[in-house]
Design a protein around this ligand. Structure first.
Ligand SMILES: C[S@@+](CC[C@H](N)C(=O)[O-])C[C@H]1O[C@@H](n2cnc3c(N)ncnc32)[C@H](O)[C@@H]1O
Length: 275
């Protein structure tokens, strides 16, 4: 049953969610709180959103906080989203890396990987361009704050509706196996990526992930405040190796956010390079 949320509850809960994840949810998002959190309210037998928050805060394991953040995350994604970043990677960024370090290990990070479509698209595009292990060494990492997104990404199993968004027939048959109505990514592709939970606003956890040559951080900072965007992109800049490249979403910009990354363009695709 959908539980109505008041303006005061939005304010209190919104503050907690922003502190934990960076996601800014204001009064216009009442429907989002109600549709996504009512099931948790029911399950925990809370009478309202303030009681829900109290139960979450009392849970010393932190599991309820993780579930609450998970519930309000928007995991919207698709295969080959916006197309041009994937061409940029195979036509310029990745070849440039192997030209600089022919025997090097390419460190690649999808920093808000959601349910995995983004990083699997990168791998498929690289393989189709003849860039794959063992000749080309790479470490591929996908992280997200959402446990359910990470679990789905790790399974690599998609419905035909999810595949209809961006996947062409040739790649589908080359890289997936059908299981009932769904399709699962082939094991050799799945095994190329490690998925783990990481909060982009937790610099200590991020630093432990190591350094990267390419970072994709697309369509996540749109939910953050200006201050959190600055913190995030300065942190990502420090996690890039020299000449490292950052890709953001097609509607996003780093103008006025950080000067540690220089904006570049390749055949109409925008990317940022460590300055
Ligand atoms: C709209 S999806 C974008 C997915 C993919 N990058 C793309 O462009 O298709 C945003 C993702 O960011 C994740 N997210 C939100 N806040 C986060 C945070 N603080 N740390 C890590 N991931 C976060 C959400 O769980 C969601 O999966």
């Amino acid at each position: 049953m959908r539980v109505k949320i008041t303006s005061a509850e939005i304010l209190t809960l919104g503050k907690f969610i922003k502190e934990k994840s960076g996601i800014v949810l204001d009064e216009n998002k009442a429907y989002l709180f109600e549709s996504r959190l009512s099931p948790l309210i029911d399950e925990l037998q809370a009478n309202n959103y303030i009681e829900l928050l109290e139960k979450v805060k009392k849970d010393y394991t932190g599991r309820l906080a993780t579930r609450l953040i998970d519930a309000v995350c928007t995991n919207e994604t698709s295969f080959f989203r916006d197309k041009s970043p994937f061409l940029l990677l195979v036509q310029k960024t990745v070849p440039d890396f192997y030209e600089r370090s022919p025997n090097g290990v390419l460190n690649f990070w999808s920093a808000a990987s959601s349910t995995g479509q983004e990083i699997y698209s990168v791998i498929m595009q690289l393989i189709d361009a003849g860039i794959s292990p063992p000749k080309f060494k790479m470490r591929m990492l996908g992280t997200d704050i959402s446990d359910t997104a990470i679990a789905k990404a790790s399974r690599g199993k998609y419905t035909k509706f999810e595949l209809a968004r961006g996947m062409d027939g040739a790649k589908l048959h080359k890289f997936f196996l059908q299981t009932g109505d769904d399709w699962v990514i082939r094991e050799e592709i799945r095994a190329m990526v490690a998925f783990k939970r990481a909060n982009l606003l937790d610099p200590v956890t991020l630093t432990l992930l190591g350094k990267f040559d390419i970072i994709l951080c697309r369509n996540v900072a749109i939910y953050f405040s200006q201050e959190d965007k600055t913190k995030l992109f300065n942190c990502l800049a420090s996690m890039l190796n020299p000449k490292g490249v950052l890709l953001i979403g097609s509607t996003e910009s780093l103008m006025g956010i950080t000067d540690r990354l220089a904006k570049k363009d390749f055949r109409g695709a925008v990317y940022y390079e460590k300055a």
